[in-house]
Design a protein around this ligand. Structure first.
Ligand SMILES: Cc1ncc(C[n+]2csc(CCOP(=O)(O)OP(=O)(O)O)c2C)c(N)n1
Ligand SMILES: *[C@@H]1O[C@H](CO)[C@@H](O)[C@H](O)[C@H]1NC(C)=O
Length: 637
């Protein structure tokens, strides 16, 4: 009772009276969860019991007093969401789901075993995890994406809670997310910081300076509350206060102790990420006051999230491509057109951009369907994180766009997107030296490598406007991470409007029975390849030209067939660095074929500013370079 009066004094406007028995039940739940987390990590001989224990009360009050969910359907569209941004503390999360009756003792004790989904950090292999965490600093972006969708798209009452470590808040991406959350007035989002003072190798930069955390979150537009994060009464009151805040996200700055409750280890350095002695369990058990496991139940969700009305595989653009052969259209413009046409037929197609929407042409969607567009400003890590959060649980199909170069800044978010099995579409414009005068800082020359490296990703590199529209339409219909590489220059339409494109199928754009070389290009270099083929033909050397359209999966069969047909002479030409690009993809595809050689033209040094044509020439990926390379490599013998 004393504890309660203290916290009510701190928050005089909170009238929520908490039953003393309930408070005890929540302490008992927290201590049972502590014991479970300690036992799991002892069994697995690894893991993070001290990072777990500081947050035991934060989670017990959240899961058994505050949050609304249904253990029979943890991902119910109307259920409150929880993101454990400090993913290494997952033993305490697993313990909460055990306490809730959703996980069995046997399951949690399989922590970190090779055949167990109770992994070392949380992943959506588990039915209660929406986004994988463990690479610190990313959870708040994902949570903000979920909260945005909850508030503005689902227009439902579910709330989103995100637990971060104090050390973790040194990540810049946390502050990108914080700025986003307050700009969009995400009052359904609660950011909780477990300020347990310690990081992995030493004390955090701010230690227990709670006022500094408070000032920082307040400066970012949050309603910030400082509490004793190991005090159930304080937590209950703070969560209740959070629910009353309008038009601002809430930050709960929780003063805690790392290893809270573990004798001789609480608040001690040197105990990060290792099991603690088993004899620490009994003293915690002695704290239990007899509230039995299973007594506490979560509140049921308010069932007000709407059904989403789309089915992957059946989403169509409102009209097919409408171009004339030879029309000059940039693939980025065709991407924008296609995105708008997808938005016409499916209100869950959303566009997200980082203040480049009039360059990537995602603004076409914004102009027609303002409610289906999220401006994320110049914060690409958050752009991708918000996209992942917005797409999870199938609530939307997010299309993120920016200059392709700037997606590399979110490489870790994209990598974690793969661990999350995220459904995310990325359209990157302004690729290669062909962007011209803006120079190398704006040129994507590593993007294919990065997106190809993502497990199960699909990578489209459409050459003309018709194929760009179809790539965008296909992207909407595939589950998973898709990259569409679009270009800046307006170049001629080469395909008819009714040309059929498929994932993993390329197009032979020029061939004759006398072909002696196969040239593979995409985007600007496909046009260079066609020009080169004309020049070569005039000199009696016929060339087959293939547009791969899809770089991953690559049309291996088509490439092998034509490589063999032309006598094994293959030349690739790309507006990208060599590592991980088109040439290496083609080389890998034909590697098993005896008698096939692949020569590569690509950008081989840091480019400079200049007119696009001049740069294409200077960096050796022009028609002239192709002609020379064919003659040099394949014609003297
Ligand atoms: C991006 C990233 N950098 C580093 C790590 C390694 N790491 C895991 S936990 C941790 C310390 C986290 O400290 P804090 O956020 O204070 O959480 P605590 O464990 O103290 O609750 C570090 C450095 C990581 N997982 N992700
Ligand atoms: C984008 O829009 C701004 C504001 O209208 C304009 O000043 C700028 O030139 C546009 N940029 C491009 C690349 O079209």
């Amino acid at each position: 009772m004393e504890r309660r009066s203290a916290s009510l004094l701190q928050w005089p406007h909170i009238t929520e009276m908490v039953d003393a028995q309930l408070v005890q039940d929540l302490y008992d739940a927290a201590n049972r969860m502590r014991i479970s987390a300690i036992e799991m990590t002892i069994a697995s001989k690894s893991g993070h019991p001290t990072s777990s224990c500081s947050a035991a009360e934060i989670l017990s009050t959240l899961f058994f007093h505050e949050m609304k969910y249904d253990i029979r359907h943890p991902k119910h569209p109307s259920a409150d969401r929880f993101v454990l941004s400090k993913g290494h503390a997952c033993p305490i999360l697993y313990a909460a789901w055990e306490e809730a009756g959703h996980l069995s003792r046997e399951q949690v004790m399989s922590l970190r075993k090779i055949d167990s989904d109770i992994e070392g950090h949380p992943t959506p292999r588990l039915d209660f995890i929406d986004v994988a965490t463990g690479s610190l600093g990313q959870g708040l972006s994902c949570a903000a994406g979920m909260a945005y969708v909850g508030k503005y798209i689902d227009k439902a009452s579910y709330r989103v809670y995100c637990l971060m470590g104090d050390g973790e808040t040194a990540e810049g991406s946390i502050w990108e997310a914080a700025a986003f959350a307050s700009y969009y007035k995400l009052d359904n989002l609660v950011a909780i910081v477990d300020v347990n003072r310690l990081g992995q190798s030493q004390e955090t930069a701010l230690g227990h300076q709670l006022d500094v955390y408070k000032a920082r979150f307040a400066a970012f537009g949050f309603h910030a509350i400082v509490i004793d994060g190991n005090d159930v009464n304080a937590l209950v009151a703070a969560y209740a206060e959070a629910r009353t805040v309008k038009d601002k996200p809430v930050a709960l700055i929780c003063k805690t102790f790392k290893g809270k409750g573990i004798i001789n280890i609480e608040d001690q350095d040197n105990w990060h990420g290792k099991p603690v002695p088993a004899d620490t369990i009994e003293p915690i058990r002695a704290l239990l006051k007899g509230s039995p496991k299973g007594k506490l139940h979560a509140q049921k969700p308010t069932l007000d999230a709407p059904e989403v009305g789309f089915e992957l595989g059946k989403i169509k653009m409102s009209s097919p491509p409408e171009y004339k052969l030879g029309d000059k259209v940039a693939t980025r413009a065709a991407y924008g057109t296609a995105l708008k046409k997808l938005g016409d037929t499916c209100d869950r197609i959303i566009g997200l951009d980082g203040d480049t929407k009039n360059s990537t042409f995602s603004e076409k969607l914004l102009k027609s369907h303002p409610n289906q567009f999220i401006e994320c400003f110049i914060a690409e890590q958050n752009l991708v994180g918000v996209g992942i959060g917005a797409g999870c649980r199938g609530r939307t199909i997010p299309f993120c766009s920016t200059f392709a170069a700037f997606f590399t800044r979110a490489a870790d978010q994209l990598r974690m997107g793969a661990v999350s099995f995220a459904n995310l579409k990325c359209a990157g414009s302004h690729v290669g030296v062909s962007i011209g005068e803006d120079g190398p800082s704006q040129m994507a020359l590593e993007d294919l490598a990065m997106f190809r490296a993502i497990p199960d990703s699909t990578v489209f590199y459409p050459t003309d406007a018709v194929s760009a529209e179809r790539a965008t339409e296909m992207a909407a219909n595939i589950q998973g991470i898709v990259f569409i590489r679009t270009g800046r220059p307006a170049l001629p339409v080469i395909y008819k409007n009714d040309e059929v494109f498929e994932i993993g199928r390329g197009k032979v754009v020029r061939q004759s029975p006398n072909d002696r070389v196969l040239i593979v290009g995409a985007g600007v270099t496909l046009y260079e390849a066609l020009k080169a083929a004309d020049t070569l033909a005039a000199e009696g050397i016929e060339a087959c030209v293939i547009d791969p359209f899809c770089i991953k999966p690559l049309d291996q069969q088509l490439l092998v067939e034509h490589a063999k047909r032309v006598g094994g002479r293959v030349l690739t030409v790309e507006d990208h660095y060599q590592a991980g690009g088109l040439g290496e993809s083609v080389a890998a595809a034909v590697a098993d074929e005896a008698g096939v050689r692949v020569r590569m033209l690509c950008v081989r040094s840091v480019p400079r500013s200049g007119p696009p044509d001049a740069l294409v020439e200077m960096y050796g990926i022009s028609a002239k370079s192709i002609v020379e390379a064919v003659k040099k490599s394949y014609c003297d013998k």
